[in-house]
Structures are given as C-alpha cells and as structure tokens.
Design a protein around this ligand. Structure first.
Ligand code: HEC
Ligand code: HEC
Length: 120
C-alpha cells in the first residue's frame, strides 16, 4: 500500500509538468497565429489604402476600428467580397491578372463607372 502511494506521487509529479508545458505551448501557438493574422490584416489595409489613394480615416473611426458606421467602410466591405469572389473564380493571378481594388479604382476613391450616354 505504501509503495502504491509512492508510485502515484511519482506519476503525478512526472505528468503534471508535462501537461502544463503542453498547455503553455498551445497558448504560445495560438498567440502566434493571432499575430500572423493581425499582420495580414495590417498589410491588406495598407494595400487597399494605397490602391484607393486614401488613408485609414477615410473608412475608419480611428478610436474604434470595428465601427462600421461610415459609408466608405460599408462599401469597402462589399467590395472586399467582390474581390474575393473574383479571385475564387479565376482571377487569382496564377495565369492572368489577380483581382484587386486597383483593377477598378486606379488609385482613386471615386471612379467614373457609368458609360457616358452620349457616347454612341
Ligand atoms: C477603403 C476603406 C478602408 C481603408 C482605407 C482602411 N480600412 Fe481597415 N477595414 C475596412 C473594412 C471594410 C474592414 C472590415 C473587413 C471585414 O469585415 O472583413 C476593415 C478592417 C480593419 C481592421 C480589423 C478590425 C477588426 O478587428 O475586425 C483593422 C485593424 C483595420 N481595418 C485597420 C486599418 C488601418 C490601420 C488602415 C490604414 C492603413 C485601414 N484599416 C484602412 C476598410 C478600410
Ligand atoms: C469591379 C470593380 C471594382 C473593384 C474590384 C472594387 N471596386 Fe470599389 N467601387 C467600384 C465602383 C463602380 C464604385 C462606385 C459605385 C459605388 O460607390 O458603389 C466603387 C466605390 C467604392 C467606394 C465608395 C467611394 C465613394 O466615395 O462613393 C469604396 C470605399 C470602395 N469602392 C472600396 C473598394 C475597395 C476597398 C476595393 C478592394 C477591396 C474595391 N472597392 C474594389 C468598383 C470596384
């Protein structure tokens, strides 16, 4: 009986730190993933700003970046989806052009998009 208790204690001491270190490495890994994701968002935001010729404040309430009340934010969210759809449907840059904001916007926020009615 004494021996059994002793063995249990050894087992506990052995496995507990192991489990603890597994847990902390899982946390470190997910923190790393979040960091990568943040960096990706940051980069894509810099890209869309450049391609539209604007700065962050054109779409964002800088005190709260998730605030979606600005008109440009809402339109941009739709157009991000448009670009994603184009990429999924062949415009992925592998054989031809890769869809982007620049493709239509050409460095401008407001673009003429209607055919002039007196053009024919
Ligand atoms: C043309 C409009 C536009 C511009 C310019 C823009 N953003 Fe964004 N941003 C958006 C939209 C739309 C989303 C939401 C994307 C989504 O929901 O998928 C977003 C999301 C974000 C997020 C993620 C917020 C969250 O946690 O959900 C961050 C951070 C961010 N933008 C930072 C910036 C910074 C910094 C700049 C300037 C370099 C910038 N944005 C420029 C439209 C814009
Ligand atoms: C297929 C062409 C096309 C692409 C690609 C495109 N846009 Fe647009 N965008 C337009 C057109 C057309 C308008 C004007 C009509 C409107 O305001 O809805 C516009 C208007 C906007 C506006 C509102 C400007 C204003 O002052 O009214 C924002 C913001 C915007 N786009 C953001 C984006 C972002 C960000 C991307 C890339 C993720 C993007 N767009 C990609 C065609 C495009």
């Amino acid at each position: 009986m004494q021996l059994y208790k002793y063995l249990m204690l050894i087992l506990l001491l052995f496995f507990f730190p192991l489990e603890l270190s597994l847990k902390t490495s899982a946390y470190a890994e997910s923190a790393q993933k979040i960091k990568v994701k943040e960096e990706e968002i940051r980069q894509s935001m810099i890209t869309i700003s450049r391609q539209l010729g604007v700065t962050c404040t054109e779409c964002h309430n800088m005190k709260k970046l998730t605030d979606d009340s600005m008109k440009n934010f809402k339109v941009a969210r739709e157009h991000i989806k448009v670009v994603e759809l184009l990429k999924l449907n062949g415009m992925d840059g592998k054989k031809g052009p890769e869809a982007s904001c620049y493709m239509c916007h050409r460095g401008q926020l407001q673009i003429p998009y209607k055919e002039k009615s007196n053009s024919h």
